[in-house]
Design a protein around this ligand. Sequence first.
Ligand code: ADP
Length: 331
Amino acid sequence: MDIVVSGIRPTGNLHLGNYFGALKNFIKMQEENHCYFFIPDYHSLTTHPTPEDLHGNVKTVLIEYLACGLDPEKSTLYIQSDVPEIIELYLLLNMNAYVGELERCTSFKEKVRKQPDNVNAGLLTYPTLMAADVMIHKAVKVPVGKDQEQNLEMMRTFARRFNRMYKVDYFPIPAAYNFGQKLIKVPGLDGSGKMGKSEGMGNAIFLVDDPKVIRKKVMKAVTDNGPTAMNQDKPEVIENLFTLLKTVSAPDTVDHFENLYHKCEIRYGDLKKQLAEDIIKFAEPFRERILELSADNDYLRKVATNGAEKARESAAKTIKEVREIIGFRKF
Ligand code: ADP
C-alpha cells in the first residue's frame, strides 16, 4: 500500500474536467492505497479570497469530494488549515529552498506575467508548501498532471536535500502516480480546448449544474458550418464535442454521430441535444448527492473533524521526528 497525497484547490464548484481528470482517479486510488486527500485552503490565499469566499469554497469542495465518492472511511479526507504541522514543515523546508530555484519555476513565472500587481511571497514559495503537503505524510506517490511535473521535481529536490543535509534516509523521494493510462483532458464548450473555471462561465459544466443550465450551455457550444467533404478530418472545435460525447455517452451513440459526420449528414443541433441529455444523465446523481450533503452540516463537520484527527496523527509523527533530526531537542 503506497502512501499517496493529493488535493484540489478550493476555488469554486468542480466541473466535468476536474471529475474525469482528477476525482475519478482519486476514487480508484483510494481502493488500493493509503490516501490522504485534502483541501489546500492555505494555497488558495495567494489569490486573496474574502473570508466568506474562502469558507464557502472549502465547504463546496468538501461536499463535492464526498458526492463524487471519496470515502472518509477508506482515505483520510481533511482541510489543510486544520493541520498546523504542515506549516511547520513548510517553514523548515523554506530554510533550504533557494530563491533562485523558486523564481525559475514556470508556474511562478507565469503568475508574475499574469498578475504583476500581486507577486506575493506565498506564490514564490508555493512549491515548498506543496512539498510540505506531501512530505508531511512521507508520501511516495503523487498523482500529477503534465502541468505539475515541475512541482513534483521540486518536492523530490527538497526531500533529497533534507536527507543529504542531515545524512539520513528519512524522506522518501516522491514519484508520479502511474495511472496505467494516458491522462485525459476534458475539452471546454468554448472551443478553447480545456474545460476550466478560469476560461469563462459558459465553458465548463459543473457537477452541480441543473438540467436547464446544462442544456443551455451545451446548445451554445462553439461549432463550425459543418463538413463539406466525405470522411474529412474534424477541426478542433468539433473534435472537442466528440471528445465530450465519448466521455459521457454510449459507444453506439458516438458511432452514430461519427457516421453522420463522415457522410456530411450531421446536424450539430441533434448532436448537442444528445450530448446535453447524456451529460444530464451522468451529472444527476452527483447533483442530488451534492444537494443532500449541502443540507447536512453535522455530517460535514464530522468528516472534517475525523479527517483532521487522522491527518494530524501522521503529521505530528513526522514533525516530531524531523525536529529531532534537525536538532530541536529537549534538555
Ligand atoms: P481549473 O482549471 O478549473 O481551475 P484546477 O486547475 O484547479 O481546475 O484543477 C484541479 C484538478 O482537475 C487538477 O488535477 C487538473 O489536472 C484537473 N483538471 C482541471 N481541468 C481539467 C480538464 N479540463 N481535463 C482534465 N483534468 C482537468
